[in-house]
Write a protein that binds this ligand. Structure first.
Ligand code: GRF
Length: 196
């Protein structure tokens, strides 16, 4: 699992795995791009292996991507699950984990890709926003959509209150998706993901 922030999705996934004997997957390794993150503390508290691949020590995206993927491979990971990972991986990752990289994004893609999606949705004045889990392809927040959940924008919402309700949905949705993926239930047909 790849993280750069608070690690609430990591924690939700780790809990889902613990309580569900039929989950069908484990978190082989937690990778972050810098040290000292709450996500790393949460991972360690959950008894997970952690490794920091410091972005600043790599001269380009390609070597950084290879370092991340090599760590994942060496720890026996079959897939990369990204939650708030603040670095864009290069095409090397897609070559090493084809069709096996998942990301979660706090908007209803293709609306509001990139950073600050919650703030952009608010300032655009949308009435609903939400969560998207998608396969990762070469473009940012662009790959085939696996699942989405809708979150209404309420009068008086600010970025923090809206993001909190979006994260509640994330914590429900991502474990469901990862379990389905682990059970081989997600089939890509062009840009469409079919749940089998
Ligand atoms: C989530 O809102 C996710 O959608 C976005 O970054 C945030 C990560 O949160 N890509 P956390 O670190 O899992 O708490």
């Amino acid at each position: 699992m790849l993280v750069s922030g608070a690690g609430s999705n990591l924690e939700a996934l780790a809990e889902a795995i613990v309580v569900d004997p039929d989950f069908g997957a484990e978190i082989a390794l937690v990778v972050s791009d810098r040290p000292g993150l709450p996500a790393l503390e949460r991972a360690a508290a959950a008894g997970l292996h952690t490794v920091v691949v410091p972005w600043v020590e790599y001269k380009d995206r390609g070597t950084f991507t290879e370092a991340v993927c090599t760590q994942a491979e060496e720890h026996g990971a079959d897939a990369l699950v990204m939650a708030g990972f603040m670095r864009i991986l290069g095409p090397e990752a897609i070559r090493m984990f084809p069709g096996r990289i998942l990301n979660i994004h706090p908007s209803l893609l293709p609306a509001f890709p990139g950073e600050n999606a919650v703030a952009h949705a608010l300032s655009h004045g949308v009435k609903v926003t939400g969560v998207t889990v998608h396969f990762v392809d070469e473009k940012v927040d662009h790959g085939p959509i696996i699942a989405q959940a809708v979150v209404p924008v309420l009068p008086g919402d600010d970025e923090a209150s809206l993001h909190m309700r979006i994260q509640d949905e994330e914590h429900r949705l991502y474990p469901r998706v990862v379990k389905a993926f682990a059970h081989g239930r997600l089939k890509q047909v062009g840009r469409t993901v079919v749940w089998t």
